[in-house]
Ligand binder design. Structure first.
Ligand SMILES: Cc1cc2nc3c(=O)[nH]c(=O)nc-3n(C[C@H](O)[C@H](O)[C@H](O)COP(=O)(O)OP(=O)(O)OC[C@H]3O[C@@H](n4cnc5c(N)ncnc54)[C@H](O)[C@@H]3O)c2cc1C
Length: 342
Protein backbone atom coordinates (compact mmCIF):
# COMPACT_ATOMS: atom_id res chain seq x y z
CA UNK A 1 0.00 0.00 0.00
CA UNK A 2 1.20 3.47 -0.85
CA UNK A 3 1.62 6.44 1.49
CA UNK A 4 -1.59 8.07 2.66
CA UNK A 5 -2.57 11.13 0.62
CA UNK A 6 -4.09 13.90 2.74
CA UNK A 7 -6.53 16.34 1.22
CA UNK A 8 -9.48 18.49 2.29
CA UNK A 9 -12.04 16.85 0.01
CA UNK A 10 -11.92 13.66 -2.02
CA UNK A 11 -14.24 13.71 -5.02
CA UNK A 12 -15.35 10.33 -6.33
CA UNK A 13 -16.01 10.75 -10.06
CA UNK A 14 -14.45 13.13 -12.59
CA UNK A 15 -17.60 13.67 -14.64
CA UNK A 16 -18.83 17.23 -15.35
CA UNK A 17 -20.33 17.56 -11.88
CA UNK A 18 -17.21 16.36 -10.04
CA UNK A 19 -15.15 18.77 -12.16
CA UNK A 20 -17.30 21.80 -11.41
CA UNK A 21 -17.26 20.90 -7.70
CA UNK A 22 -13.48 21.48 -7.82
CA UNK A 23 -14.21 25.06 -8.92
CA UNK A 24 -16.77 25.80 -6.21
CA UNK A 25 -14.60 24.22 -3.51
CA UNK A 26 -11.51 25.97 -4.86
CA UNK A 27 -13.14 29.40 -4.51
CA UNK A 28 -13.44 28.57 -0.81
CA UNK A 29 -9.74 27.53 -0.58
CA UNK A 30 -10.61 23.85 -0.32
CA UNK A 31 -8.10 21.43 -1.87
CA UNK A 32 -9.34 18.46 -3.86
CA UNK A 33 -8.27 15.13 -5.29
CA UNK A 34 -10.49 13.27 -7.78
CA UNK A 35 -10.62 9.54 -8.46
CA UNK A 36 -12.26 8.00 -11.52
CA UNK A 37 -12.51 4.46 -12.79
CA UNK A 38 -12.19 5.65 -16.37
CA UNK A 39 -8.79 6.41 -17.82
CA UNK A 40 -10.11 9.74 -19.03
CA UNK A 41 -11.76 12.81 -17.51
CA UNK A 42 -15.38 13.82 -18.26
CA UNK A 43 -17.66 10.96 -17.15
CA UNK A 44 -20.62 10.28 -19.44
CA UNK A 45 -19.76 13.34 -21.60
CA UNK A 46 -16.37 11.83 -22.45
CA UNK A 47 -17.30 8.16 -22.51
CA UNK A 48 -20.78 8.10 -24.01
CA UNK A 49 -21.19 11.19 -26.21
CA UNK A 50 -17.93 13.12 -26.74
CA UNK A 51 -19.00 14.40 -30.16
CA UNK A 52 -22.71 14.97 -29.52
CA UNK A 53 -23.85 18.56 -29.02
CA UNK A 54 -25.35 19.62 -25.68
CA UNK A 55 -27.79 22.53 -25.97
CA UNK A 56 -28.79 23.23 -22.37
CA UNK A 57 -25.69 24.43 -20.58
CA UNK A 58 -26.64 27.93 -19.39
CA UNK A 59 -25.05 30.63 -21.49
CA UNK A 60 -23.51 28.17 -23.97
CA UNK A 61 -25.90 27.55 -26.88
CA UNK A 62 -23.98 24.51 -28.15
CA UNK A 63 -21.04 22.51 -26.86
CA UNK A 64 -20.01 18.89 -27.37
CA UNK A 65 -19.40 16.45 -24.51
CA UNK A 66 -15.67 16.70 -25.21
CA UNK A 67 -15.85 20.49 -25.49
CA UNK A 68 -17.59 20.81 -22.13
CA UNK A 69 -14.98 18.60 -20.46
CA UNK A 70 -12.17 20.70 -21.93
CA UNK A 71 -13.87 23.95 -20.85
CA UNK A 72 -14.37 22.67 -17.30
CA UNK A 73 -10.72 21.59 -17.13
CA UNK A 74 -9.67 25.09 -18.22
CA UNK A 75 -11.99 26.63 -15.61
CA UNK A 76 -10.59 24.57 -12.71
CA UNK A 77 -6.92 24.93 -13.73
CA UNK A 78 -6.24 27.64 -11.10
CA UNK A 79 -7.09 25.15 -8.35
CA UNK A 80 -4.69 22.48 -9.63
CA UNK A 81 -6.74 19.43 -8.62
CA UNK A 82 -5.00 16.04 -8.54
CA UNK A 83 -6.53 13.32 -10.72
CA UNK A 84 -6.24 9.60 -10.05
CA UNK A 85 -7.58 7.94 -13.19
CA UNK A 86 -8.16 4.28 -13.92
CA UNK A 87 -8.87 3.63 -10.24
CA UNK A 88 -12.09 2.71 -8.49
CA UNK A 89 -12.89 3.90 -5.00
CA UNK A 90 -13.69 0.72 -3.14
CA UNK A 91 -14.02 1.73 0.53
CA UNK A 92 -15.00 4.84 2.48
CA UNK A 93 -14.46 4.57 6.21
CA UNK A 94 -15.36 7.15 8.86
CA UNK A 95 -12.32 8.01 11.03
CA UNK A 96 -13.36 11.32 12.60
CA UNK A 97 -16.09 13.85 13.01
CA UNK A 98 -16.06 14.31 10.12
CA UNK A 99 -12.99 12.69 8.61
CA UNK A 100 -12.72 9.75 6.25
CA UNK A 101 -10.26 7.19 4.94
CA UNK A 102 -10.88 6.31 1.32
CA UNK A 103 -9.14 3.51 -0.59
CA UNK A 104 -8.98 2.58 -4.25
CA UNK A 105 -8.57 -0.74 -6.02
CA UNK A 106 -5.04 0.36 -6.95
CA UNK A 107 -4.15 0.43 -3.25
CA UNK A 108 -4.15 4.24 -2.85
CA UNK A 109 -5.25 5.57 0.51
CA UNK A 110 -6.65 9.07 1.09
CA UNK A 111 -7.54 10.84 4.31
CA UNK A 112 -9.91 13.77 4.00
CA UNK A 113 -12.38 15.91 5.89
CA UNK A 114 -15.22 15.39 3.42
CA UNK A 115 -16.13 13.01 0.64
CA UNK A 116 -18.11 14.14 -2.39
CA UNK A 117 -19.77 11.29 -4.26
CA UNK A 118 -20.12 12.50 -7.86
CA UNK A 119 -20.29 8.97 -9.22
CA UNK A 120 -23.04 9.54 -11.81
CA UNK A 121 -24.82 6.32 -12.73
CA UNK A 122 -22.20 4.40 -10.76
CA UNK A 123 -19.25 2.65 -12.26
CA UNK A 124 -18.82 1.99 -15.94
CA UNK A 125 -18.16 -1.71 -16.23
CA UNK A 126 -17.17 -3.64 -19.33
CA UNK A 127 -19.73 -5.93 -20.92
CA UNK A 128 -18.58 -9.54 -20.83
CA UNK A 129 -18.63 -11.25 -24.24
CA UNK A 130 -20.89 -14.31 -24.56
CA UNK A 131 -18.09 -16.89 -24.51
CA UNK A 132 -18.61 -19.99 -22.37
CA UNK A 133 -15.99 -20.51 -19.69
CA UNK A 134 -14.36 -17.06 -20.03
CA UNK A 135 -14.37 -16.27 -16.28
CA UNK A 136 -11.24 -18.26 -15.24
CA UNK A 137 -9.23 -16.40 -17.89
CA UNK A 138 -10.28 -12.91 -16.77
CA UNK A 139 -7.41 -10.73 -15.47
CA UNK A 140 -4.94 -13.43 -16.53
CA UNK A 141 -5.38 -13.83 -20.28
CA UNK A 142 -8.56 -11.81 -20.84
CA UNK A 143 -8.45 -8.07 -20.11
CA UNK A 144 -11.29 -5.56 -20.53
CA UNK A 145 -9.12 -2.45 -20.25
CA UNK A 146 -5.58 -1.47 -21.13
CA UNK A 147 -4.03 0.00 -18.01
CA UNK A 148 -0.39 -0.36 -19.13
CA UNK A 149 0.46 -0.99 -22.79
CA UNK A 150 3.79 -2.59 -21.88
CA UNK A 151 1.90 -5.49 -20.33
CA UNK A 152 1.08 -6.59 -23.87
CA UNK A 153 4.54 -6.38 -25.42
CA UNK A 154 5.50 -9.50 -27.41
CA UNK A 155 2.08 -11.11 -26.83
CA UNK A 156 -0.07 -12.76 -29.46
CA UNK A 157 -3.06 -10.48 -29.03
CA UNK A 158 -6.63 -11.03 -30.08
CA UNK A 159 -8.75 -7.87 -29.98
CA UNK A 160 -12.50 -8.40 -30.29
CA UNK A 161 -15.00 -5.71 -31.28
CA UNK A 162 -15.86 -3.19 -33.99
CA UNK A 163 -16.08 0.15 -32.19
CA UNK A 164 -13.57 2.89 -31.46
CA UNK A 165 -11.99 1.15 -28.45
CA UNK A 166 -11.28 -2.04 -30.44
CA UNK A 167 -9.86 -0.08 -33.37
CA UNK A 168 -7.84 2.40 -31.30
CA UNK A 169 -6.22 -0.36 -29.27
CA UNK A 170 -5.57 -2.36 -32.43
CA UNK A 171 -3.62 0.56 -33.85
CA UNK A 172 -1.85 1.38 -30.58
CA UNK A 173 -0.89 -2.13 -29.53
CA UNK A 174 0.03 -3.58 -32.92
CA UNK A 175 3.63 -2.23 -32.84
CA UNK A 176 4.18 -3.85 -29.42
CA UNK A 177 2.46 -7.17 -30.06
CA UNK A 178 4.19 -10.26 -31.43
CA UNK A 179 1.14 -10.70 -33.65
CA UNK A 180 -2.25 -9.02 -33.49
CA UNK A 181 -5.59 -10.32 -34.76
CA UNK A 182 -8.75 -8.22 -34.79
CA UNK A 183 -12.00 -10.19 -34.68
CA UNK A 184 -15.37 -8.65 -35.50
CA UNK A 185 -18.63 -10.37 -36.24
CA UNK A 186 -19.14 -8.52 -39.52
CA UNK A 187 -16.98 -6.69 -42.03
CA UNK A 188 -18.39 -3.28 -41.07
CA UNK A 189 -17.06 -1.19 -38.22
CA UNK A 190 -18.71 1.41 -35.99
CA UNK A 191 -15.39 3.11 -35.23
CA UNK A 192 -13.99 6.25 -36.85
CA UNK A 193 -13.50 5.78 -40.63
CA UNK A 194 -9.89 6.96 -40.39
CA UNK A 195 -9.08 4.19 -37.87
CA UNK A 196 -10.88 1.62 -40.04
CA UNK A 197 -8.79 2.69 -43.07
CA UNK A 198 -5.55 2.50 -41.09
CA UNK A 199 -6.46 -0.96 -39.80
CA UNK A 200 -7.33 -2.21 -43.31
CA UNK A 201 -4.03 -0.87 -44.67
CA UNK A 202 -2.13 -2.82 -41.98
CA UNK A 203 -4.06 -5.99 -42.88
CA UNK A 204 -3.29 -5.44 -46.59
CA UNK A 205 0.40 -4.99 -45.75
CA UNK A 206 0.37 -8.28 -43.82
CA UNK A 207 1.22 -6.54 -40.54
CA UNK A 208 -1.84 -7.81 -38.67
CA UNK A 209 -4.80 -10.15 -39.25
CA UNK A 210 -8.52 -9.48 -39.49
CA UNK A 211 -11.01 -12.30 -38.90
CA UNK A 212 -14.73 -11.91 -39.48
CA UNK A 213 -16.69 -14.08 -37.07
CA UNK A 214 -17.33 -14.74 -33.41
CA UNK A 215 -15.12 -16.27 -30.74
CA UNK A 216 -16.97 -19.42 -29.69
CA UNK A 217 -14.47 -21.32 -27.54
CA UNK A 218 -11.25 -20.80 -25.60
CA UNK A 219 -8.41 -23.27 -25.47
CA UNK A 220 -6.10 -23.29 -22.48
CA UNK A 221 -5.90 -24.22 -18.82
CA UNK A 222 -5.60 -22.56 -15.39
CA UNK A 223 -6.41 -19.20 -16.93
CA UNK A 224 -3.53 -19.47 -19.41
CA UNK A 225 -4.79 -19.20 -22.96
CA UNK A 226 -3.34 -21.05 -25.96
CA UNK A 227 -5.85 -20.15 -28.64
CA UNK A 228 -9.46 -19.57 -29.61
CA UNK A 229 -12.01 -20.96 -32.02
CA UNK A 230 -13.71 -18.49 -34.32
CA UNK A 231 -16.95 -19.31 -36.08
CA UNK A 232 -17.33 -17.49 -39.39
CA UNK A 233 -20.58 -16.20 -40.93
CA UNK A 234 -20.59 -19.35 -43.13
CA UNK A 235 -20.33 -21.52 -39.98
CA UNK A 236 -16.73 -22.48 -40.74
CA UNK A 237 -14.51 -22.88 -37.68
CA UNK A 238 -11.02 -21.40 -37.60
CA UNK A 239 -8.43 -21.74 -34.85
CA UNK A 240 -6.22 -18.79 -33.93
CA UNK A 241 -3.27 -19.15 -31.58
CA UNK A 242 -3.11 -16.35 -29.02
CA UNK A 243 -2.19 -15.77 -25.41
CA UNK A 244 -4.20 -12.63 -24.64
CA UNK A 245 -7.71 -11.48 -25.53
CA UNK A 246 -8.93 -7.90 -25.24
CA UNK A 247 -12.72 -7.82 -25.77
CA UNK A 248 -14.29 -4.38 -26.28
CA UNK A 249 -18.04 -4.92 -26.14
CA UNK A 250 -18.98 -1.57 -24.61
CA UNK A 251 -19.71 -0.52 -21.06
CA UNK A 252 -22.69 -0.75 -18.75
CA UNK A 253 -23.21 1.29 -15.60
CA UNK A 254 -23.50 -0.42 -12.23
CA UNK A 255 -23.92 1.18 -8.82
CA UNK A 256 -20.75 -0.66 -7.74
CA UNK A 257 -19.16 -0.21 -4.32
CA UNK A 258 -21.19 2.96 -3.43
CA UNK A 259 -23.62 0.54 -1.80
CA UNK A 260 -20.98 -0.37 0.80
CA UNK A 261 -19.97 3.10 1.99
CA UNK A 262 -22.51 3.42 4.81
CA UNK A 263 -24.71 5.99 3.05
CA UNK A 264 -28.41 5.33 2.68
CA UNK A 265 -29.55 4.26 -0.78
CA UNK A 266 -32.95 4.55 -2.43
CA UNK A 267 -33.42 2.67 -5.72
CA UNK A 268 -29.64 2.65 -6.22
CA UNK A 269 -29.44 6.44 -5.73
CA UNK A 270 -28.19 8.41 -2.74
CA UNK A 271 -30.86 10.49 -0.99
CA UNK A 272 -29.66 13.97 0.03
CA UNK A 273 -31.04 17.14 1.57
CA UNK A 274 -31.48 20.07 -0.79
CA UNK A 275 -29.70 22.64 1.38
CA UNK A 276 -26.25 21.12 1.05
CA UNK A 277 -26.75 17.87 -0.88
CA UNK A 278 -25.40 15.99 2.12
CA UNK A 279 -26.15 12.30 2.71
CA UNK A 280 -27.27 10.72 5.98
CA UNK A 281 -23.56 10.66 6.96
CA UNK A 282 -22.37 14.17 7.92
CA UNK A 283 -19.39 15.10 5.74
CA UNK A 284 -20.36 12.79 2.86
CA UNK A 285 -22.10 14.67 0.05
CA UNK A 286 -23.65 13.32 -3.16
CA UNK A 287 -24.06 15.53 -6.23
CA UNK A 288 -25.01 14.97 -9.86
CA UNK A 289 -26.74 11.92 -11.34
CA UNK A 290 -26.00 9.72 -8.31
CA UNK A 291 -28.27 11.61 -5.89
CA UNK A 292 -32.02 11.80 -5.42
CA UNK A 293 -34.39 14.33 -3.81
CA UNK A 294 -37.90 15.53 -4.59
CA UNK A 295 -37.92 17.12 -8.03
CA UNK A 296 -34.44 15.92 -9.04
CA UNK A 297 -33.61 16.31 -12.74
CA UNK A 298 -30.62 14.38 -14.05
CA UNK A 299 -29.17 17.34 -15.88
CA UNK A 300 -25.65 18.70 -15.84
CA UNK A 301 -26.91 22.12 -14.75
CA UNK A 302 -28.61 20.58 -11.68
CA UNK A 303 -25.29 19.02 -10.70
CA UNK A 304 -23.51 22.37 -11.03
CA UNK A 305 -26.03 23.99 -8.66
CA UNK A 306 -25.68 21.12 -6.21
CA UNK A 307 -21.88 21.52 -6.23
CA UNK A 308 -22.13 25.20 -5.32
CA UNK A 309 -24.31 24.54 -2.28
CA UNK A 310 -22.31 21.49 -1.23
CA UNK A 311 -19.12 23.60 -1.17
CA UNK A 312 -20.63 26.08 1.32
CA UNK A 313 -21.38 23.31 3.82
CA UNK A 314 -18.09 21.48 3.18
CA UNK A 315 -16.18 24.65 4.04
CA UNK A 316 -17.74 24.59 7.51
CA UNK A 317 -16.20 21.13 8.06
CA UNK A 318 -12.84 21.98 6.51
CA UNK A 319 -12.52 25.40 8.22
CA UNK A 320 -14.76 25.19 11.30
CA UNK A 321 -13.54 28.55 12.61
CA UNK A 322 -13.83 30.50 9.37
CA UNK A 323 -16.92 32.51 8.44
CA UNK A 324 -17.82 32.06 4.78
CA UNK A 325 -18.55 35.41 3.16
CA UNK A 326 -20.73 35.24 0.08
CA UNK A 327 -18.95 36.88 -2.88
CA UNK A 328 -19.32 37.31 -6.64
CA UNK A 329 -16.46 36.42 -8.99
CA UNK A 330 -17.24 39.58 -10.99
CA UNK A 331 -16.57 41.93 -8.10
CA UNK A 332 -14.49 40.11 -5.46
CA UNK A 333 -10.79 40.86 -5.84
CA UNK A 334 -9.96 38.00 -3.46
CA UNK A 335 -11.85 35.47 -5.64
CA UNK A 336 -10.23 36.93 -8.75
CA UNK A 337 -6.81 36.50 -7.14
CA UNK A 338 -7.56 32.82 -6.54
CA UNK A 339 -8.58 32.53 -10.19
CA UNK A 340 -5.34 34.19 -11.25
CA UNK A 341 -7.14 36.96 -13.10
CA UNK A 342 -6.25 39.82 -10.80
C1 LIG B 1 -26.35 10.23 -24.66
C2 LIG B 1 -26.53 11.19 -23.50
C3 LIG B 1 -26.85 12.51 -23.77
C4 LIG B 1 -27.03 13.42 -22.72
N1 LIG B 1 -27.34 14.72 -23.01
C5 LIG B 1 -27.46 15.62 -22.00
C6 LIG B 1 -27.79 16.99 -22.26
O1 LIG B 1 -28.00 17.37 -23.42
N2 LIG B 1 -27.87 17.85 -21.21
C7 LIG B 1 -27.67 17.45 -19.91
O2 LIG B 1 -27.73 18.28 -19.01
N3 LIG B 1 -27.39 16.16 -19.64
C8 LIG B 1 -27.28 15.24 -20.64
N4 LIG B 1 -27.00 13.93 -20.35
C9 LIG B 1 -26.87 13.55 -18.92
C10 LIG B 1 -25.51 13.99 -18.38
O3 LIG B 1 -24.47 13.40 -19.15
C11 LIG B 1 -25.39 13.60 -16.93
O4 LIG B 1 -26.39 14.28 -16.21
C12 LIG B 1 -24.01 13.98 -16.38
O5 LIG B 1 -22.98 13.29 -17.05
C13 LIG B 1 -23.94 13.67 -14.91
O6 LIG B 1 -22.68 14.05 -14.48
P1 LIG B 1 -21.99 13.39 -13.19
O7 LIG B 1 -20.68 14.05 -13.07
O8 LIG B 1 -22.97 13.40 -12.09
O9 LIG B 1 -21.82 11.84 -13.57
P2 LIG B 1 -21.05 11.08 -14.74
O10 LIG B 1 -20.90 11.91 -15.94
O11 LIG B 1 -21.75 9.77 -14.86
O12 LIG B 1 -19.61 10.82 -14.12
C14 LIG B 1 -19.47 10.00 -13.00
C15 LIG B 1 -18.07 9.44 -12.96
O13 LIG B 1 -17.89 8.75 -11.72
C16 LIG B 1 -17.05 7.63 -11.94
N5 LIG B 1 -17.27 6.67 -10.86
C17 LIG B 1 -18.41 6.02 -10.52
N6 LIG B 1 -18.20 5.22 -9.46
C18 LIG B 1 -16.89 5.38 -9.12
C19 LIG B 1 -16.05 4.80 -8.12
N7 LIG B 1 -16.51 3.91 -7.23
N8 LIG B 1 -14.73 5.16 -8.09
C20 LIG B 1 -14.23 6.05 -8.98
N9 LIG B 1 -14.99 6.62 -9.96
C21 LIG B 1 -16.29 6.29 -10.02
C22 LIG B 1 -17.49 7.11 -13.30
O14 LIG B 1 -16.45 6.35 -13.91
C23 LIG B 1 -17.80 8.41 -14.06
O15 LIG B 1 -16.70 8.84 -14.85
C24 LIG B 1 -26.85 12.99 -21.37
C25 LIG B 1 -26.53 11.67 -21.10
C26 LIG B 1 -26.35 10.77 -22.15
C27 LIG B 1 -25.99 9.34 -21.83
Amino acid sequence: MSETIKTDVLIIGAGPVGLFAVFELGLLDIKTHLVDILDKIGGQCAELYPEKPIYDIPGIPLITGHGLTEALLEQIKPFNPAFHLGEMVTTVEKIGDPAFRVTTDAGKVFECKCVVIAAGGGSFQPKRPPINGIEPYEDKSVHYAVRKMEQFRDKRLLIVGGGDSALDWTLNLRPLAKRLTLVHRRDEFRGAPDSVNKMRALVAAGEMDLKIGQVTALDGENGVLKGVQIKGADNSIATVACDTILPFFGLTMKIGPVAEWGVKLENNLVPVDTEAFETNVPGIFAIGDINTYPGKLKLILSGFHEGALMAQKASRYVFPDKRVVFQYTTSSSSLQKKLGVN
